[in-house]
Ligand binder design. Structure first.
Ligand SMILES: *Cc1c(COP(=O)(O)O)cnc(C)c1O
Length: 526
């Protein structure tokens, strides 16, 4: 195999007798080097002769050396990017069962709406009078978010779920400061099964994070929670449905206890897709909750794509919300960007903690989310939640014949398994996940939540058909049987059919090499 100057295998080596193919290609999966390594500079295209008669008016800033861009023809460029795109797995190719991520179909209607020139071609600094339609869309979307959650206010600008959490916790912090209690209320409670972003957000806001244990059923231990409440508690962060895919049945009691202790209740609403149209978080006593438009309302995500995390707020927190807000009067839409303006307009944010981002939020995601809502309707949003829960329970019921569910009973929108079914087989969760790749399935979320040993969290979403779910379950059941039959070697060797085998994922995350430089020395393996 030929390596590039950073130690990355690029293409096959005809002299390597042990290689499976001389090209490095496998079936119709074609190997691809980096575009700079294609090294065709000067071979394609036309260069005009240097001009001789004109006077140079560039004042000495003209380019002297080569531009350093690869010189590929259009078909070469096309193939390069198409081959790279084929190395990415996508929801448009097959099921994407990552738990907690809600990788569901992104209806093409949403895309069509987002590309309308009146939404796609506007600029956030245009005068208000020229973007009334866009402001109206944000206003209408805000209305439906408040309606669906039963909350009186929503901050639209957060750019994703974690950013929405930050918005909610900064709002809580501002409210506590206004009460003159910022020196004393320094602790935030979070269940030990919390999504990693929850404690990270609380810590980012300067709070101490205190873990609350789960009970045997995978839910917050209410008695343990009550013991930890006190005058130093700023609030609690709870995901519902939680990261074990279970509904927190004691959620009202949790909210009441936290409120009685003077704290606020932050609900991580990233899993709103399981309850949209069925339950209103406002009725459960929630003070702040972000909604991942890119999960529940099906705007594209994954691979770091744009998200959007509007944060709904209770009446107690609304005054502290970040600007901007949109208000409507006599059919005209205005952006309220300052506290004093919020006060006179009677909008949220009259005691605003400030601004979280430049401009107003993720316009393209707003358009897609509203298209999804309006094309589904109230009954359709509720049916999506019901089908998501039904699909997860179908997977749970089929797989529990060979695999071990982490908790008893029904689940919500995701089915959680532990690794007891692999006990004494020599196969571990990671091997099982890698073997799924050979079967053509993107693995589920592994080793999360941490409270479950060797966790495998499967979220099928409502967009998979029964036939697709059956094929997926058949594949997993056969893998489980193979693991139990003692075929360890095959699992340890997986994935065998992927372009790459097992990668050093820790090094890739901790020491990413993101930039190709022509003369970088070969990276020594550590
Ligand atoms: C996805 C998710 C988040 C974070 O959302 P991002 O948009 O990725 O920042 C937070 N909490 C839970 C439970 C999630 O599933």
């Amino acid at each position: 195999m030929t390596m590039n100057n950073q130690g990355r295998p690029t293409r096959g080596d005809a002299t390597d007798a042990t290689a499976e193919t001389t090209t490095g290609n496998r079936a119709l999966q074609i190997e691809e080097s980096l575009i700079f390594e294609k090294d065709a500079y000067g071979e394609t295209g036309v260069d005009f002769p240097a001009p001789t008669l004109t006077t140079n008016r560039l004042g000495g800033v003209e380019r002297r050396g080569e531009i350093g861009l690869p010189g590929l023809s259009e078909p070469e460029t096309m193939r390069h990017f198409v081959r790279l795109s084929q190395k990415n797995y996508a929801i448009d190719m097959g099921p994407f069962p990552l738990g907690s991520c809600t990788m569901k179909h992104n209806p093409r209607l949403n895309e069509k709406m987002a590309r309308l020139p009146g939404f796609a071609d506007i600029h956030p600094m245009q005068p208000e009078g020229s973007v009334q339609g866009a402001l109206e869309l944000i206003h209408v979307l805000s209305f439906w978010l408040k309606e669906l959650t039963g909350m009186p206010a929503v901050a639209m600008s957060p750019k994703a779920g974690a950013h929405g959490e930050l918005c909610g916790m900064m709002t809580i912090k501002a409210a506590i400061e206004a009460r003159g209690e910022s020196a004393t209320r320094t602790r935030v409670l979070a269940p030990e099964s919390a999504h990693g972003t929850n404690p990270a957000t609380a810590a980012q806001c300067g709070f101490k994070v205190d873990n609350i244990p789960s009970d045997k059923t995978g839910r917050v231990d209410l008695a343990a929670l009550k013991e930890r409440l006190g005058p130093d508690v700023a609030g609690i962060m709870v995901t519902n449905p939680n990261t074990c895919g279970l509904f927190e049945r004691e959620i009202r009691a949790i909210a009441d206890a936290v409120h009685a202790a003077g704290g606020y209740f932050y609900c991580d609403g990233a899993n709103f897709n399981a309850i949209g149209g069925k339950v209103r978080p406002g009725d459960l006593g929630v003070d702040a909750m972000h909604i991942n438009l890119h999960k529940t309302f099906s705007t594209p995500h994954g691979g770091g794509g744009p998200g959007s995390g509007p944060t709904v707020l209770s009446a107690a927190l609304a005054p502290f919300a970040p600007v901007p807000f949109i208000v409507e009067k006599d059919g005209r839409y205005r952006l309220i960007e300052r506290r004093d303006a919020a006060r006179t307009a009677g909008a949220e944010g009259e005691l605003s903690f400030g601004r979280m981002t430049a401009f107003h939020g993720q316009m393209g995601m707003f358009v897609r989310a509203l298209s999804y809502m309006l094309s589904h309707g109230k009954d359709g949003v509720a049916m999506a939640a019901e089908d998501a829960v039904l699909n997860a329970n179908y997977v749970l019921a089929r797989l529990k014949t060979e695999m071990t569910p982490a908790f008893e009973g029904y689940c919500m929108h995701e089915a959680l398994f532990d690794d007891r079914f692999l006990a004494d087989t020599g196969v571990e969760t990671i091997d099982f996940a890698k073997a799924m790749i050979d079967e053509g399935y993107h693995p589920m979320t592994m080793y999360f939540p941490l409270v479950v040993h060797g966790a495998m969290l499967i979220e099928p979403t409502e967009s998979e058909s029964k036939a697709e779910l059956d094929q997926f379950c058949d594949a997993l059941l056969s893998l489980a049987r193979r693991a139990k039959s003692g075929d360890v070697a095959a699992f340890k060797a997986a994935p065998r059919f992927a372009p790459r085998r097992r990668l050093d994922e820790t090094a890739a995350a901790r020491k990413p090499v993101l930039r190709w430089t022509p003369d970088a020395p070969l990276q020594a393996a550590e």
